[in-house]
Design a protein around this ligand. Structure first.
Ligand code: GTP
Length: 305
């Protein structure tokens, strides 16, 4: 048997074989040219990824627009800005974008391209790879790391992140922001009397009860155990108090199955953000209000702000 030449010398490389190999590559390799007048086209496109585009390479060799028109609306300006930055500073393009394909299919594509100045503009040598599966996995993991397994609500981590964002918006635009802390009353007794599983059901029902009364932009999170928190953007203290009273009543009147209505109650503490205060201070003030609600008899709302 003749020996297999694993790595033939460059001179003896068969150009046809090299082209065949390039066409088999997952993803695609390309050259993108930008003329000084801004016109973009792909002089070369190769690899199995060209089939994904479903556009004639000859067409794209003259004009890149049919491919660019397939970009997701939110990604088009970002990619154009990355191209312009690359032209200006001669830095590589390293980004990802969504491509909308016929049949409402959306794929995430990673691109990496090295610019080179040529006589009439800039020429990039690059590659693109379909990374939709990795992006979906990343999103799944992110959702898991941001949510509470029992109730499906946001967890403490997500709440703190969102609170930071809302505090910064409230500071910048002087818009109202309230934070609510909710804690089930005598939950230990519920567990002890009806069992831990029933306790879990109560926590899940409480989450649904609250969710039904909230706006899209409100964020309800389970901080742990029987303690919940609610971020209320654009909500002054008086409105938060009204909502808290509705939540309190909703829980007190809710029928939690075999236990009967009126056996589960919640205490609620509210604090309205004061411009300039830190996240920790807002959390402490809401906690203090909750403590007062417990101290003054439970199944009630207290606010500071
Ligand atoms: N079923 C269930 N119970 C939990 C969970 N996490 C914490 N708990 C229980 O919640 C109870 C909380 O008890 P405490 O902190 O004494 O509070 P409480 O009995 O609600 O009393 P007050 O808050 O003062 O009204 C404990 O018995 C915990 O075991 C959970 O995920 N599921």
């Amino acid at each position: 048997m003749p020996p297999i030449e694993v790595m033939p010398s460059r001179e003896r490389l068969d150009p046809v074989k090299v082209l065949e190999l390039a066409e088999q590559l997952p993803g695609l390799i390309f050259q993108l040219h930008r003329r000084d007048d801004g016109h973009l086209h792909f002089p070369h496109l190769m690899g199995s990824g060209t089939r994904l585009l479903d556009l004639e390479p000859e067409l794209l060799a003259r004009d890149a627009r049919p491919a660019l028109e397939r970009l997701h609306d939110a990604d088009y300006p970002r990619l154009m800005a990355a191209i312009e930055r690359s032209v200006r500073w001669c830095t590589p393009i390293i980004t990802k974008f969504r491509l909308l394909l016929p049949g409402d299919i959306c794929r995430w594509i990673a691109v990496r391209a090295q610019p080179e100045r040529v006589d009439d503009g800039v020429l990039w040598h690059g590659m693109m790879l379909d990374i939709s599966e990795q992006v979906a996995e990343e999103e799944r993991l992110r959702a898991l790391s941001d949510s509470d397994a029992l109730t499906g609500l946001a967890n403490r981590r997500k709440l703190l992140k969102r609170l930071d964002e809302e505090i910064s918006l409230s500071n910048r635009h002087a818009t109202p922001l309230s934070l609510m802390m909710l804690d089930l009353d005598h939950f230990k007794a519920i567990n002890d009397t009806w069992g831990h599983l029933k306790g879990d059901e109560v926590l899940e029902s409480l989450a649904s009860c609250c969710r039904a009364l909230l706006r899209e932009e409100d964020l309800l999170a389970r901080l742990g155990g029987e303690e919940f928190a609610l971020v209320l953007p654009l909500t002054p203290r008086t409105n938060a108090e009204r909502l808290a009273e509705r939540l309190r009543r909703c829980v007190a009147e809710h029928d939690f199955g075999q236990m009967g209505a009126g056996r589960v109650t919640v205490s609620i503490g509210i604090a309205e953000h004061r411009v300039g205060d830190s996240r920790e201070i807002l959390l402490q003030r809401a906690d203090r209000s909750l403590y007062q609600a417990k101290h003054r008899g439970r199944n009630r709302v207290e606010a500071s702000g």
